[in-house]
Design a protein around this ligand. Structure first.
Ligand code: PEP
Length: 249
């Protein structure tokens, strides 16, 4: 049995006080304990959020981190820095980072390994752009991203990794994938993981769908056999909407 996992990706939204206000409101809402609940916030808000969510079961994640432990990388944040403040998750290879900050399959692989080396649960994003979907290349693109991202991981590391399938054309557009199309790709991802590792690893790894998930459509994704949760941008920005997603999972 794979535990469902709902992760909010706040992107570049919320000051420290906004983030704390959100968490305080969320704590007033009874969330199901059988759903893993994660908030991935801007770096500055992370220490205060870790403190505020102690003993709540809500996990806190970063949206990126460098693969090197330290060095001349102006403006970057490393995994040990996040580890010290008690962050538990890190999103790696989000399409916005691949598009705007030259994140590559190679850097995604290095970051995934670095995340495991520091005890994080990485949420590794893969997904095709619209042109690739229209050319019928979705399977090929996603398979190749998965193979590159997880090359050299141990089976234990792979089992702990969360994969987020996020078709790029569905992110922030209000045009979610159909649940059937998302299931088809998530099932292919699971088969790819089985090929890279073995079936028992593939059976344990959790795969999220992401792309315009809302309280109104999440159930259709969660019904799918290979979808174990969601990575959510816009609909994670308000406590009541985020709580509704967690409850519906
Ligand atoms: C995301 O940021 O990963 C995302 C899926 O955004 P949205 O839910 O807004 O489409």
């Amino acid at each position: 049995m794979r535990k469902p996992v709902i992760a909010g990706n706040w992107k570049m939204h919320k000051t420290v006080s906004n983030a704390l206000g959100f968490v305080k409101e969320l704590k007033e809402i009874q969330l199901p304990s059988d759903v893993e609940t994660v908030l991935c916030a801007p770096f500055l808000a992370l220490p205060a959020m870790v403190e505020e969510t102690r003993e709540t079961g809500i996990g806190i994640g970063a949206q990126n981190a460098h693969y090197e432990e330290q060095g001349a990388f102006t403006g970057e944040i490393s995994m040990p820095m996040l580890q010290e403040v008690g962050v538990s998750y890190v999103i790696i290879g989000h399409s916005e980072r691949r598009t705007y900050y030259n994140e590559t399959d190679e850097s995604v692989n290095k970051k995934t390994k670095a995340a495991h080396a520091h005890g994080f649960t990485p949420i590794v994003c893969v997904g095709e752009v619209l042109e690739e979907r229209e050319k019928g290349q979705t399977g090929e693109v996603v398979t190749s991203q998965v193979k590159a991202a997880f090359q050299g991981l141990s089976s234990q590391e792979m089992k702990k990794t969360i994969i987020a399938y996020e078709p790029v054309w569905a992110i922030g557009t209000g045009k979610a994938s159909t649940a059937q199309d998302a299931e088809e790709v998530c099932s292919l991802i699971r088969k790819t993981v089985a090929g890279l590792f073995d079936q028992s690893v593939a059976d344990e790894v959790r795969i999220q769908y992401g792309g315009s998930v809302k309280p109104e459509n999440i159930a259709s994704f969660m019904e799918q056999p290979d979808i174990d949760g969601a990575l959510v941008g816009g609909a994670s920005l308000k406590p009541d909407s985020f709580a509704a997603l967690v409850k519906a999972a």
